[in-house]
Design a protein around this ligand. Sequence first.
Ligand code: CLF
Ligand code: SF4
Length: 506
Amino acid sequence: MDLPVIASSPPATGCSAGSCGATAPQVDELSDALRARVQDHPCYSEDAHHYFARMHVAVAPACNIQCHYCNRKYDCANESRPGVVSEVLTPDQAVRKTLAVAATIPQMTVLGIAGPGDPLANPQRTFETFRQLALKAPDIKLCVSTNGLMLPQHVDELARYNIDHVTITINCLDPAVGERIYPWIFWQNRRVFGREAAAILIEQQQKGLEMLSARGILVKVNSVLIPGVNDAHLPEVSRMVKAKGAFLHNVMPLIAAAEHGTFYGVMGQRSPQAAELKALQDACEGDMNMMRHCRQCRADAVGLLGEDRGAEFTLDKIAAMEIDYEAAMVRRAEFRAQVSSELAAKRARAHASPATPPVIPQVIHFQAPAAPRPTAPGRPVLMAVAAKNGLVGVHFGHAREFLVYEASASGARLIGHRKAQSYCAGDETCGDAEAVLAATIAALADCEVVLCSRIGYEPWGQLEAAGIQPNGEHALQPIEEAVLAVWNEMLAAGKLALAPSAAKRA
Ligand code: CLF
Ligand code: SF4
């Protein structure tokens, strides 16, 4: 297997990131043991998400709190995009589904429980699933995401099943902010409302974080960015959770639409713009390692982040499958060993290169010595990429999402993704293709370039008319190498002149 060579990554401290003066830990600071714990987890390592997949099993329907962004008929907004869970599973069904997926998709390295309610509000179902999988599929990492209310009570049990990755959704530290997010919690057999409820939840979340950190369990903190409610407060959340040992912070945009029937949706609470989300992530980054590749996936998602193969593994389909998991484990181990050795070789080559810039832990880039390093100042440019497996690998018209990179003199870094509908499905009639194309162009409005493997005449013209330059010259190249090559071309063409004050700083 020939893995793509990925070009240079920037330091997390570049001026373009809005975090001047901040220092991010280097990948070299990660011990081999810590690197081994994150390098095949698609959420804890940005690079891993190009190669490794996760799946969720929806065994936890109940919840013990109410969030204003959640409607029980929909997936947990902590960890998913809105949409009903297709099937709530029993632990036995969940275990069979996990084995079926893992035997079919060797890239699937992580099993997460993330709803549709709260896993720790359904402890019997959650831990029975983990118990069986720890025995039957020891090669799968186990992961859980919780609102944290019952976390302190379950930390020992999480440790017992070797659950090494725990996500806590922490939206605030201040009960005055919290009462605007959580109308009530269910606590010690009674419903508690308002500020008192928020105070209890916050205390439990912080206690749980401290207990997990003390046991060496990797903690990711998710925060939902709610404009006008907790946006100004989140940098403080970032500082605090880092101080208490969290490994990674994932600031996600609020998803609020009236049709979801959530309080925020019905009340017209707006969701943040992409630029607001980036600015907030940049503001937090000085203090914390930030996750930028979250897809807010469903509580029953299957596959690489950004794709959903759940329809291949419905209960009726997996009932008909013959699963030889012993044999599957051998194939899975071979696959992981192959990927790991190639990535390690690339990392070693990159470390041997004096031009290699520092990288931050959650973005474990596997760099090539020949990467086209930017050499001169120039303003940052946002570029959208139709990507697959770390390459510029998708036809513009087939892309269901675009990764957005910021290219600058510091390098190329992923800052997020934009969802899109497939503009054209090959030979099929494109239907309302015009509306789809218009929506895609609107979603990419802040990007100056879109890289893809191929693109048709019509979208090319419309993108150009919208001020976005299509580029199909870097098909099948590693993403960051292609992004930096285009940035250098723009620089050489004199398109990236800095404002005088910025030029002085550079
Ligand atoms: Fe699932 Fe969450 Fe584990 Fe990942 S998701 S429980 S840590 S295996 Fe990942 Fe999905 Fe974002 Fe969650 S992309 S919503 S961060
Ligand atoms: Fe919904 Fe998750 Fe909040 Fe519970 S914790 S109310 S399931 S978003």
